[in-house]
Design a protein around this ligand. Structure first.
Ligand code: URP
Ligand code: ZN
Ligand code: ZN
Ligand code: ZN
Length: 498
């Protein structure tokens, strides 16, 4: 099938460019000046729309077993929801549990995902135990399976936790075989002490999940991870789900020193707070129990994280999509916050939520596309097949309507969750409420059904422009020092595209 997408504005590394895009089968065949494409082919009118590469969510946990239950989205439901939100590739986490063979864990996750994904998918590997066998397995996964990123945990003692010696050994191995170490950076040993002390004082409500995971223990672990990566001769390090200003300072200092250190944040850390969500009355706050936790609105985390996205100290926005239903799943922690399964669902809303930053003048259009698609593609070896609108790239194209309306809520979302983490979230966000007409016109695949996040914003351009100047300055500074690497593969597998 040949298709000419006409009249749209392509957003790419060099800015916003009016262009027509010719698609041949599953590949982008050519880009033309407006009106200069071939005649006689089927056309799709994208007038008024942004033409962007399909989103890549580099951090999801479909079906993850956790806290005595499992994440409620399967690869089927989760990837369908992702497609509705303009995400066309996920990189999920296969899990080696402590004591298990690494390759068995990867095979188990391939069994879960195989044939069930609507969009393309790949895996990082969680190492639940670093020993001689798993270190050998790292080499094999890099060489034969296309897995080039391994997640370790400084948190969750007794579950996924690795001590500093294990982390150092894995980093040395990654340094040698070209892999990337992804780090859940929280001091889990100290956190467990705080949790026991809180529970013994009778502090059992969900907000204590956040209070017992203070910023200092995220910053400390981030610092330690960076130091260990330095000792491992600058092994590439990617800090996942960074939530706090002081952790970001650690990353920024490392990047300023030219280190091979990267970080992602997630929409929940850009919009939600310890007090307003985790501190909701009664047990309601359980909906927002995730680790790292939501941070205090009385500090400047949101402001600092948006700034980090502008300056590329934060390179990627992923979701850490790990949904649990409130009923029966989050409720496992009634009377004891430490038993609430950790995780928030959001795979469907990442593209919209980051676009809200463009509307609010916090991010340029280019940075929006970079953080949701281009940089994750580069980081995990998918570029230029993914992450860019260019001849030869996969035709994972999103037509995004900046004047569209979206209502984020449990009634309209496609994720297998009985609540929405973003339900009723208001000011300053403009993505709620939507007009019912926009809702009812939502067809089954957003890649051909654009849905913008916002109402028309007459000041968006000006704000973006102002923002862009600061961004360009910062990017220039960082790009001189950055040694971003993209190993040749991420074990990518095709979704069935339905
Ligand atoms: O709360 C979270 N983040 N749950 C998923 C597991 C992880 O730590 O990424
Ligand atoms: Zn984590
Ligand atoms: Zn995660
Ligand atoms: Zn729909």
């Amino acid at each position: 099938m040949t298709l000419l997408i006409t009249g749209g504005t392509v957003i790419g590394p060099s800015g916003a460019v009016p262009a027509d895009v010719l698609v041949d089968g599953e590949t982008i065949a050519a880009i033309f000046a407006p009106g200069a494409g071939p005649a006689g082919v089927e056309t799709l009118d994208a007038t008024g729309k942004y033409v962007i590469p399909g989103g890549i969510d580099a951090h999801t946990h479909m079906e993850l077993p956790f806290g005595g239950t499992a994440a409620s989205d399967t690869f089927d439901t989760g990837t369908r929801a992702a497609a509705h939100g303009g995400t066309t590739t996920i990189i999920d986490f296969a899990v080696q549990r402590t004591g298990e063979v690494v390759q068995d864990g990867l095979a188990a996750w391939h069994t879960k995902a195989g044939g069930n994904c609507h969009i393309d998918y790949a895996f990082h590997m969680i190492l639940g135990g670093v020993d001689d066998d798993s270190l050998k397995a790292m080499d094999q996964l890099v060489a034969d399976e296309g897995v080039t990123s391994f997640k370790l945990f400084m948190a969750y003692p007794g579950v996924f936790y690795s001590d500093d010696g294990q982390i150092l050994r894995a980093m040395q191995k990654a340094r040698d075989n070209g892999a990337m170490i992804m780090m859940h950076a929280e001091n889990g040993i100290a956190i467990d002490v705080l949790i026991q002390q809180a529970l013994s004082r009778g502090e059992t409500d969900p907000i204590h999940h956040g209070i017992t995971r203070p910023e200092a223990l995220e910053a400390e672990a981030t610092h330690r991870a960076i130091a260990l990566a330095e000792v491992a001769q600058d092994c590439p390090l990617y800090i996942v789900h960074l939530s706090a200003s002081r952790a970001l300072e650690e990353v920024a200092a490392a990047r300023d020193a030219g280190r091979n250190v990267f970080a992602e944040t997630c929409p929940q850390y850009l919009y939600l707070t310890l007090e307003d969500q985790l501190g909701a009355p009664g047990f309601e706050g359980a909906k927002w129990v995730c680790s790292t936790p939501l941070r205090s609105k009385h500090e400047n985390h949101h402001r600092d994280l948006w700034k980090g996205l502008r300056s590329n100290d934060l390179a990627v926005v992923s979701t850490d999509h790990c949904p649990f239903c409130f009923k029966d799943q989050k409720e496992l922690g009634l009377g004891d916050f430490s038993k609430i399964p950790n995780g928030i669902g959001g795979v469907e809303h990442r593209v919209d939520l980051v676009y809200q930053g463009v509307v609010d003048g916090k991010l340029s259009l280019e940075r929006w596309v970079e953080t949701i698609a281009t940089t994750p593609a580069r980081m995990f070896g998918l570029y230029p097949r993914k992450g860019v609108i260019a001849p030869g790239s996969d035709a994972d194209i999103v037509l995004y309507d900046p004047n569209g309306r979206t209502r984020i809520g449990v009634e309209t979302h496609h994720m297998n969750m009985d609540y929405s983490a973003y339900e009723g979230t208001r000011s300053p966000a403009r993505w709620t409420p939507c007009c019912p007409a926009a809702r009812s016109s939502c067809p089954a695949a957003r890649t051909t059904a654009p849905r913008g996040a916002v109402s028309t914003c007459p000041v968006a351009c000006r704000a973006t422009w102002c923002d862009g100047d600061a961004y360009r300055k910062a990017l220039h500074r960082w790009s001189l020092r950055r040694r971003q690497r993209g190993p040749a593969a991420a074990g990518l597998r095709p979704g069935h595209g339905r």
